[in-house]
Write a protein that binds this ligand. Sequence first.
Ligand code: CUA
Length: 346
Amino acid sequence: MPRRGARRSTASFTSTRHLVRAMLLLMTGAVALGAAASAYAQQSMLDPKGPNAQRIANLSWLLIGLGTIVFVVVMAFVLIAVFRQRRDDGTEDEAPGGQRFIVGGVLASVAILTIVLVGTFWTLAVLADDEPSGIAIHVVGHQFWWEVRYPDYGVVTANEIHIPVGEPVRLTMTSTDVIHSFWVPELTGKLDLNPNDTNVLTLQADQAGTYRGQCAEFCGLQHALMAFHVVAETPDEFAAWMTRQAQPAAEPSNEIIVRGQEVFLSAACVYCHRVGGTNAEANVGPDLTHFASRQYIAAGTIENNRGNLAGWIVDPQAIKPGNLMPGIDLPPEDLQALLSYLESLE
Ligand code: CUA
């Protein structure tokens, strides 16, 4: 009998150590996840920069707070149970107040879930109450990029949405192919872009800056590389940007750029792209009228610079496999001229 008791005690000691170790691992994991999330804070919904994002962040903190309290209380009970078992060493006492614990547990669960439910419905109701107003922007989802139109100004661009800071803008959104989802975590909650349907969303940034957003609905091979940027700027900067964007493309200003324009207009580029003021009028791919004014190529995938652009034109499938752009095979001097032309489209 004593031997059996001793063995049991060792076993229970080992399992306690395992349990404590597992709990420590779990907590370390949670802290590591949190640290990773804040390191990537350029897309953090817990760092709101607009009124709707603030409401969603408040709800998130409520959930995180309640979750933390539940975690701590449950772990405390687990530890109490574990150590009580060790001390009792084999004898099974009836737990004191067992009935009360069960009733208390059920009541606490109901109360917590009710708070979560009310908080969620209240936030949803406030967000749904939002009357979209302000400048109209039409966003069209494509596999795998974003077409951005300002119908009141006749401006078309891609993957970069400029808005005036502190003002709501009204996004109407649809898709040409599959379902995409528009999400800028720091500015607002996500909303789907559906084919044959239009959804409306208010976007507002209360601080100037560039906010990264991305597609939040799996839409095919390059879903993960379907990003975009919202640039919130002062009303003056926004007006200046809009004035530039509303103009036709810059006329070639030197021989190389003239050559580059010829290359562009005689190559396959014109089957998909538009450059305002030229014969290139297709709208399968992004509008390139003011291509050089944008910070990124291929929907936030790579920075817009000459080297990246050359790589993208020659072999876009290596950079973003499954996108719709075919590689363009050009003699080196034609490629250089084409790069100079595209860089001139400011
Ligand atoms: Cu578009 Cu995912």
